[in-house]
Design a binder for this molecule. Structure first.
Ligand code: AMP
Length: 496
């Protein structure tokens, strides 16, 4: 196995010691620090650290009165709001394990998560509360959280279960990744170090809170660093407004997924803005196309810092804050994280943020780790001369055409550079002749006519023939999930 340069190279014992330090503590004690300063804003409403701490304590008291005991699972099925944060921290304060649910899930998807995680209680908002009730689970409305006297701090260790986050399920049914307190603390502390997060920062936070990106990085990082955050539903206009405010709540950091950067750039093209008050833009959860990286550099006034992560393994690799930010590459390992390439160049991870296993799924857990204890991400990596990692796609997305292996991302990178292409996803469509046929689903840029034969010819100039698309299908948009990831399974039908 080859090994890239780690963010903090050192002997195995030094790395283990660093990981132990990064994991030390527990969420209620480390996240709920006292303070009179505003920590969160949503619309016109703000909360100080003292208010947040008191509210979480009262919810913990209320949950206790509802019969919730330490380590019990409590699901949260609601849209982003201050109540969401209070509910979540109330669960942590009670020593419970929070089950994160995507608020966009419909009844059948919600049922899978509830059936799998068996929560003692579900906290839900609006119509979702009805769905949960119909499914036969105990529900409390998030608008009317149970309250009681704050109980004593729970006795928790870094190994105590903190949350179950379900994988995106882009291939197969979502699996519950059980993350402990140490995983989240190592995650948050790592993010603070690599992006120089300080108490002077204001994060503009438009990411879903149920996902690791919005929760483990956005919310926990804010609480751990002493900074503050403005939560808002994503909209380019609203985000730019927060990043250009003229008061002390002006955003200094923004975390987004590539589709958000696409939206921001489209907006800024017509409404230029001075974003020089922003210290750092971080991008991840899906590949940032090099053309979009360049557009961001021009329109945001700085290159975004692209980073890489996965629910089970944490957000663990990033382009440097100080050094060059390279398009198409995700950079160096976080402190205490080791990255290696295994068979088929699979990215393997070890680190304080790497989970211990899947919820009630010992078989998936044992398959997920190498004998040396590295987590198998299922992503294909490449490590450059300078020690930086690049992601070349997922092993399961590999297309086998006429007996040859084609990695869709390699083909997408070529097609994205064509002026007639705005976005592209490449997938294998079943074919009698080839087994799978390399097919490009393209959203046209509109600035140049898109001619199928020209695009295929363009691919032939740069790629071996077997990698080139046999067909180009024009689509209005690509099917993406809440984190902006392309749902390739929805692309493979020739009728689509
Ligand atoms: P999730 O568990 O929902 O966070 O999804 C993790 C997956 O997203 C990874 O396994 C990668 O396939 C993909 N991913 C995350 N960040 C990046 C990135 N910067 N570039 C390419 N793929 C990424």
């Amino acid at each position: 196995m080859r090994s890239p340069r780690s963010g903090s190279a050192g002997s195995a014992t030094a790395q283990d010691e660093l990981r132990r330090k990064l994991r030390a503590g527990n969420l209620p004690e480390d996240l709920l620090m006292p303070g009179r300063d505003v920590v969160l804003q949503f619309g016109e409403r703000t909360l100080t650290r003292d208010e947040l701490r008191a509210k979480a304590g009262h919810v913990a008291g209320g949950l206790g009165r509802e019969g919730v005991k330490a380590a019990d699972r409590i699901a949260i099925y609601a849209a982003n709001s201050l109540e969401w944060v209070i509910a979540y921290l109330g669960v942590q304060r009670a020593g419970g394990c929070a089950v994160m649910m995507n608020p966009d899930y419909h009844s059948a998807e919600a049922e899978h998560i509830l059936h799998d995680s068996e929560p003692v209680l579900v906290i839900a908002d609006g119509p979702r509360a009805e769905t949960v009730q119909k499914l036969g689970y105990r529900v409390v409305p998030i608008e009317d959280l149970p309250r009681g006297d704050a109980p004593p701090m729970p006795r928790l260790t870094p190994e105590s279960p903190a949350a179950i986050l379900y994988t995106s399920g882009t291939t197969g049914r979502p699996k519950g990744a059980l993350l402990d307190h140490g995983n989240f603390l190592a995650q948050g502390r790592g993010a603070i170090e690599v992006w120089r997060w300080s108490s002077r920062d204001v994060l503009v936070h438009a990411l879903p809170l149920f996902h690791l990106h919005g929760l483990g990085m956005g919310l926990h990082g804010t609480l751990l660093s002493g900074a503050s955050a403005t939560l808002l539903p994503f909209g380019p206009h609203a985000v730019v407004a927060e990043l250009t405010r003229e008061d002390d709540r002006r955003g200094t950091m923004f975390f987004g997924v590539p589709s958000m950067y696409q939206g921001l750039c489209d907006w800024l093209e017509d409404h230029p803005a001075d974003l020089s008050g922003v210290r750092v833009f971080v991008c991840g959860s899906a590949p940032l196309p090099p053309a979009l990286f360049d557009r961001c550099k021009r329109l945001l006034g700085q290159a975004p810092v692209e980073r890489y992560g996965i629910t089970e393994g944490g957000i663990v690799v990033t382009n440097p804050y100080d050094g060059p930010r390279q398009p198409g590459r995700v950079g160096y390992a976080f402190p205490g994280v080791e990255v290696r390439l295994g068979e088929l160049d699979e990215v393997l991870l070890k680190g304080g943020q790497v989970f211990g296993g899947y919820w009630r799924n010992p078989q998936a857990t044992s398959e997920a780790f190498t004998p040396e204890g590295f987590f198998r991400t299922g992503d294909i990596g490449e490590i450059g001369e300078d020690g930086t990692l690049a992601i070349r796609g997922r092993i399961k997305e590999l297309i086998i055409t006429g007996g040859f292996n084609v990695y869709p991302r390699e083909v997408e990178l070529v097609l994205e550079a064509h002026p007639a292409v705005l976005e592209v996803a490449v997938a294998g469509v079943p074919s009698d002749k080839w087994g799978e046929e390399v097919t490009a689903f393209v959203v046209p840029s509109g600035s140049k006519p898109l001619v199928e034969s020209e695009l295929i010819e363009f691919a032939h100039e740069q790629l071996a023939a077997y990698k080139c698309p046999k067909r180009v299908i024009i689509v209005d948009k690509l099917p993406r999930n809440a984190m902006g990831k392309v749902q390739r399974s929805e692309l493979t039908s020739p009728a689509s």
